[in-house]
Design a protein around this ligand. Structure first.
Ligand code: GDP
Ligand code: IMO
Ligand code: MG
Length: 427
């Protein structure tokens, strides 16, 4: 019963989509366990490029069943348009399964996300504006709407009423917006019920039965470790748990079932939205990483903030996720630099600090301490094995592995499925 978790080890956009798709051909189920359409996972198959937001990246592998777990928040209109977009490109999406316990991102959650950010002004989080935070807040406040509620009009109406009671007060009195009508929301949501019905099921039962039957299940994290609501750079985080424990709660599978936890790690660092980022670059190196790495948000189109590799963060990701492996991505992007700085520790108030400080104010003051590694200039995009890499690229990978605390079992040297060096098999 191999169950693998695959998640981002930094601030998202590490290349989870590519890594999931790569394994999709060998696994029976790919399960999203948290987040929603704030995610933007790119998958390149041959000359075709796909941008997936809500659908698990396994949807592109014909033998694999994609599952949206109970921990995910689902915007039905986004889901349906993502499905029809794929169908138009000839992708069969009929195997998709959606948990009846997943929460729905309602139109008012999207409105609240946007007005809250506007209200925060300079202190904004820089959310994707997709209603993610307010939907999880409703879930925790026990006024959320679940997928199963679409199939009972009376319960749905009562729940929408309960959710809008307080929100309309806020919208009209604090944010100076118009109140949202219960009927309108209910009507819109009911309009999705029939279209979603073929996919909705008890995914918890199904996944546990699959594991009992020795099927291979891959849990795909929506965001990165440092965006985790508990373990990330709070409050500049997303409102769910992409870290490994989130796979258990967000899919209903016990921790004893998880056999491997793979952290996707970019060979440098990026971040979108607000919040601390010790190795961020504001010079031509940062510009070059952005240009060569194509570092632009898949969901919002925002330029990503770029910086050198941060080993303190990688070590932290190993610890809080219990990582068994790393999948190092985008090594090819670093080709051409004579010297490559790598952050090995921080200086905080004059002291050297080896591990991520738990205090937000300390982290805000953290200055990177760099070690510089020699670069390489040879094209590495055709490399098929570790020994095909130039010596300095090999040394860079080995140095990162030693600093980060888990073996690097695969290396990405380009966006395509086959532009990957496999060192240890994941299955
Ligand atoms: P995700 O959100 O973690 O799935 O990552 P994104 O799709 O947002 O961003 C990763 C970007 O890097 C995408 O454009 C991928 O096609 C691309 N990518 C993934 N792995 C590699 C790699 O090894 N090399 C290069 N050059 N690009 C890669
Ligand atoms: P993938 O799947 C990068 C960031 C947003 C913002 C914060 C909160 O592509 O790795 P939210 O809308 O979730 O409430 O925004 O989290 N964020 C991401 N950054 N990649 C993502 O997903 C992200 N999903 C959310 O930019 O800073
Ligand atoms: Mg992304």
């Amino acid at each position: 019963m191999p169950a693998l978790v695959l998640l981002g080890a930094q601030w998202g956009d590490e290349g989870k989509g590519k890594a999931t798709d790569l394994l999709g051909g060998s696994v029976d189920y790919v399960v999203r366990y948290q987040g929603g359409n704030n995610a933007g996972h790119t998958v390149v198959v041959g000359d075709q490029k796909y941008a997936l937001h809500l659908l698990p990246s396994g949807i592109l592998s014909p033998g694999c069943t994609p599952v949206i777990g109970n921990g995910v928040v689902v915007d039905p209109s986004v889901l349906l348009s993502e499905l029809s977009g794929l169908n138009e490109r000839g992708v069969d999406t009929s195997k998709l399964l959606i948990s009846g316990n997943a929460h729905i991102i309602t139109p008012y959650n999207v409105t609240v996300d946007k007005v809250t950010e506007r209200f925060l002004g300079k202190r904004k989080i820089g959310t994707t504006g997709r209603g993610i935070g307010p939907t999880y807040a409703d879930k925790i406040n026990r006024v959320g709407i679940r997928v199963q509620d679409l199939y009972d009009e009376s319960i749905l109406t009562q729940k929408v009423e309960a959710a809008l009671d307080g929100k309309n007060q806020l919208l009209t009195k604090l944010y100076n917006r118009r109140a949202i009508a219960v009927d309108q929301v209910v009507e819109e949501l009911l309009g999705y019920a029939e279209k979603l019905a073929p996919y909705v099921t008890d995914t918890v039962l199904l996944l546990n039965q699959a594991l009992e039957a020795d099927k291979v299940v891959l849990f795909e994290g929506g965001q990165g470790t440092l965006l985790d609501i508990d373990h990330g750079t709070y409050p500049f985080v997303t409102s769910s748990n992409p870290t490994a424990g989130g796979a258990c709660t967000g899919a209903g599978v016990g921790p004893t079932k998880i056999s491997r936890v793979i952290g996707i790690l970019k060979a440098y660092t990026t971040r979108v939205g607000s919040g601390p980022f010790p190795t961020e670059l504001f010079d031509e190196d940062g510009e070059a990483l952005r240009r060569i790495g194509g570092e632009r948000g898949v969901t919002t189109g925002r330029d990503r903030r770029c910086g050198w590799f941060d080993a303190v963060i990688a070590r932290y990701a190993t610890r809080v996720n219990g990582l068994t492996d790393f999948f190092l991505t985008k090594l090819d992007v670093l080709t051409g630099w004579e010297q490559i700085p790598v952050c090995v520790a921080y200086e905080i108030d004059g002291k050297r600090v080896e591990e991520l400080p738990y205090s937000q104010s300390d982290f805000h003051h953290a200055k990177p301490i760099y070690e510089t590694l020699p670069g390489w200039s040879e094209d590495i995009t055709k490399a098929k094995s570790f020994s095909d890499l130039p010596k300095n690229a090999q040394a860079y990978v080995k140095a990162l592995e030693e600093m980060s605390g888990a073996p690097i079992s695969a290396i990405g040297v380009g966006p395509g499925r086959d532009e990957t060096i496999e060192i240890n098999s994941f299955l």
